[in-house]
Write a protein that binds this ligand. Structure first.
Ligand code: TV1
Ligand code: CA
Ligand code: ZN
Length: 375
């Protein structure tokens, strides 16, 4: 398999932001990932770039002026007062979206990386661009949601649309990619495909009936899943569905949100994917030889997030078969005990998707919907 030019976006400040004590979202996981990527000696094999921070103006390509103005000013001290205008909910008893110290800077790093990744793809200087600090798929035009404030993915895709006719967005985070879907719900230039847990689970959207509207009818595809899905079952849906999308939609660029909360053992998730099962999605897309952007997303068992995104960086480089599964010495080595290996094992939980052939019907349904698009 031939080598690809990989651009890797990383800002060393990103790991310093914190959503607050006890909050499951930990920006630090991006630093742990970087430390592991670096210890594996991958940095000299790619273009390592520190992205420019996204400006408020760049953010308004998607978000409203009012919301950006608010987000740029909010601090832990003023959050209560500023929310009085009812613009958004940043507070609450266990707030998903707290007004933490430096929240706007954090967003500008995350979004800056995803926009820069798109520009690098647009000007042809990279085949694959990576931003593990991105992938914040729930943010809405004028509202924060589900740990996401600025939708770096929408900004990334809007940038790609400047030079690309058709962009395919794929979301393997365990949560539905609602913010991205909503942004492109009525266009036929972006195909959004989300694989997610559905049923008494955040954000509660993403049924197979939701397929887009107007010109966008058929250009949103949802694959609702249940707890316990394993590598084999996931692959048996993912690969045929993505192959069919590529055949009928003929994307000119692909954005893959690699949310790691679909891994077995995630603190918030309930799937049973191993590291290799998760990474198989990256490998499958790389094989198609289309310009590719890899973004982060969810992932709440920090050591496993770092393992997954490190291995997926190796997949982007095409060196995954050459790396030592025993972890190299690194700053956070202690976190990876007791085995100190680059693996996430599946558990013995039941795969609820295999009851009564539900999963086969979900796949057949998705393939039928895609066939509609072809005729
Ligand atoms: C503070 C402290 C906030 C502890 C939030 C889990 C917390 C959660 C917390 C939590 C938590 C959610 C909801 C309920 C909607 C709310 C990055 C009516 C132990 C992409 C976002 C999940 C997932 C939001 C983000 C969800 C992503 N789950 N402890 N909050 N309300 N919110 O259910 O897709 O991964 O859990
Ligand atoms: Ca998803
Ligand atoms: Zn998630």
């Amino acid at each position: 398999m031939s080598k690809r030019r990989v651009a890797y976006y990383y800002d060393p400040d990103v790991g310093g932001y914190t959503y607050g004590l006890g909050h499951p979202m930990k920006p630090h996981r991006v630093r742990v990932t970087h430390d592991l990527v670096s210890s594996y000696g991958m940095l000299p094999k790619m273009h390592v770039l520190r992205p420019k921070r996204a400006t408020p103006e760049a953010m308004t390509a998607f978000h409203t002026d009012e919301y950006i103005h608010f987000l740029a000013r909010v601090t832990p001290e003023t959050a209560e007062d500023l929310t009085h205008n009812g613009l958004l909910f940043l507070v609450g008893e266990l707030p998903d979206n707290p007004a933490f110290e430096g929240v706007f800077e954090f967003c500008s790093i995350s979004a800056g990386g995803s926009i820069a990744a798109a520009q690098r793809i647009n000007n042809g200087a990279a085949d694959i661009a990576i931003n593990w600090a991105g992938g914040l798929h729930h943010a809405k035009k004028g509202e924060a949601s589900g740990f996401c404030y600025i939708n770096d993915i929408v900004l990334c895709i809007l940038e790609l649309l400047r030079t690309h006719a058709r962009v395919l967005y794929i979301d393997i985070d365990i949560h539905h990619g609602d913010g991205v879907e909503e942004a492109f719900y009525t266009t036929d230039r972006v195909m959004c495909a989300s694989f997610h847990k559905y049923g008494e689970f955040f954000p509660g959207t993403g049924t197979q009936e939701d397929r887009g509207r107007g010109k966008g009818k058929g250009f949103s595809l949802n694959v609702p899943l249940d707890d316990g899905i394993t590598d084999e079952a996931y692959r048996n849906v993912f690969e045929p569905v993505i192959s069919k999308i590529i055949e009928v939609f003929r994307p000119t660029a692909v954005v893959l949100q690699c949310g790691a909360d679909s891994l077995s053992g995630d603190k918030l998730g309930g799937f049973n994917l191993s590291l290799t099962g998760h990474a198989a999605c990256v490998q499958f897309l790389r094989q198609h030889n289309l310009p590719l952007i890899l973004l982060g997303g969810g992932g709440y068992t920090v050591k496993n997030v770092a393992r997954a995104w490190t291995y997926e960086t190796a997949c982007a480089l095409g060196i995954e078969h050459d790396i030592d599964m025993n972890l190299p010495w690194c700053e956070y080595f202690d976190w990876f005990g007791p085995r100190y290996r680059l693996e996430v094992m599946k558990s013995n939980m039941e795969d609820l998707n295999l009851r009564d052939g539900v999963l086969d019907r979900v796949r057949e349904r998705a393939l039928e919907q895609l066939q509609d698009l072809a005729s």
